[in-house]
Write a protein that binds this ligand. Structure first.
Ligand SMILES: [Zn+2]
Ligand SMILES: [Zn+2]
Length: 349
């Protein structure tokens, strides 16, 4: 074991404190990463505040990790000391089920191992990226291209792949009309990726407050879901709508904006069950679906695509010298008061 500084939450809702945690010795297939930046994801807050259940304390959140390789195990083939790398939402999967064999580790039937707030199959508790070092199997380590802004890259490891994977699956590209519902941490990256893929992108927001940003990111239109005229003007317009919000949404109205055979796809996670009028899907053979982060090959494809198209998150960089500043940032995440993603400078942990 080696000891590394981290931001630790000792019990549900407790303030963050600095403390040392143990990382496992570097195994034959492991990579030790010195963390440079760690993004803040809303799921960090949900889990540390026991809003999803199954929380394990003490907890070190963080699954948007960027750093540099400082040690490799004897059987590591993909990486060498000095490489710039990322670690995302998952750090292990069974490698044997149909999903794993299809490079869809995130849908592993045994259940993939989360980067924090979970146990590996051998019972080892997992601590995430709000720390100075992490030790991870090379299969779950990603290559970061030269020249990429590393702080802006960090949020791609969760938020980026969460929106990239469904955009690819539902074929966002030239000739396709895509609506992004909500423009927060997930939504702003969805706009950037969908535009780079060549789709015509409209943002649907609760208000018009972020319209100028959306247009700057490449969207061609921005409409309010609170305006009845939106449902008239945009009827049957979209090939699909990507819902990046975790709020309750007007599903019946939104289905009316979707073309024949189109889809309403959830990536945001509303707490309450959602309901809809079945006529809204049967009348135009529409689908309602959902998606989460992709498998490792797709995460790498997303990072390479982002580097090629100069896509990074729009961020506020945080200094963790006083851990209370990270708690304050979490409160702003809950209030949706961030444009558009917080990233912790790990050198200050
Ligand atoms: Zn996340
Ligand atoms: Zn599996």
């Amino acid at each position: 074991m080696t000891s590394t500084p981290a931001l630790v939450i000792n019990t549900s809702n407790a303030p963050m404190v600095k403390a040392n945690i143990d990382r496992r010795p570097v195994g034959a297939k492991d990579v030790r990463v010195a963390i440079a930046y760690s993004g803040i994801c809303h799921s960090d807050v949900h889990q540390a505040r026991s809003e999803w259940g199954n929380d394990i304390f003490p907890m070190v959140p963080g699954h948007e990790i960027i750093g540099h390789v400082v040690e490799v195990g004897a059987d590591v083939t993909k990486f060498k000391v000095g490489d710039t790398v990322g670690v995302g939402v998952f750090v292990n999967s069974c490698r044997e089920c149909d999903a794993c064999k299809s490079n869809l580790e995130s849908y592993c039937e045994r259940g993939p191992v989360g980067s924090y707030n979970g146990y590996d199959y051998n019972g080892e508790v997992q601590y995430g990226g709000y720390s100075k070092e992490i030790v991870t199997d090379e299969h779950f380590v990603l290559r970061i291209s030269d020249g990429v802004d590393l702080a802006e890259c960090a949020p791609l490891l969760c938020a980026g792949i969460t929106v990239y994977s469904p955009l690819r699956h539902w074929n966002a590209g030239p000739g396709k009309k895509v609506a992004i519902l909500g423009m927060g941490g997930l939504g702003h990256l969805a706009v950037k990726f969908a535009v780079a893929m060549g789709a015509e992108v409209t943002v649907l927001g609760h208000s018009l407050a972020k319209k100028a940003d959306a247009i700057a990111f490449g969207a061609t239109d921005y409409r309010s879901t609170a305006d009845e005229q939106t449902y008239v003007d945009l009827a049957k317009k979209f090939d699909f709508i990507l819902n990046t919000t975790s709020a309750d949404i007007p599903i019946d109205g939104l289905l009316g904006l979707i073309k024949f055979d189109g889809a309403l796809v959830f990536v945001g996670l509303p707490v309450e069950s959602q309901s809809f009028n079945v006529f809204g899907v049967t009348s135009q053979r529409r689908s309602i679906s959902g998606s989460q982060v992709g498998g490792q090959i797709e995460v790498q494809e997303m990072l390479d695509f982002a580097a090629e198209h100069n896509i990074g998150a729009s961020i506020e960089l945080l200094d963790a010298t006083d851990p209370a500043s990270i708690d304050a940032a979490w409160n702003r995440v809950v209030d949706a008061d961030v444009r558009y993603r917080f990233v912790i400078d790990a050198s200050t942990i």
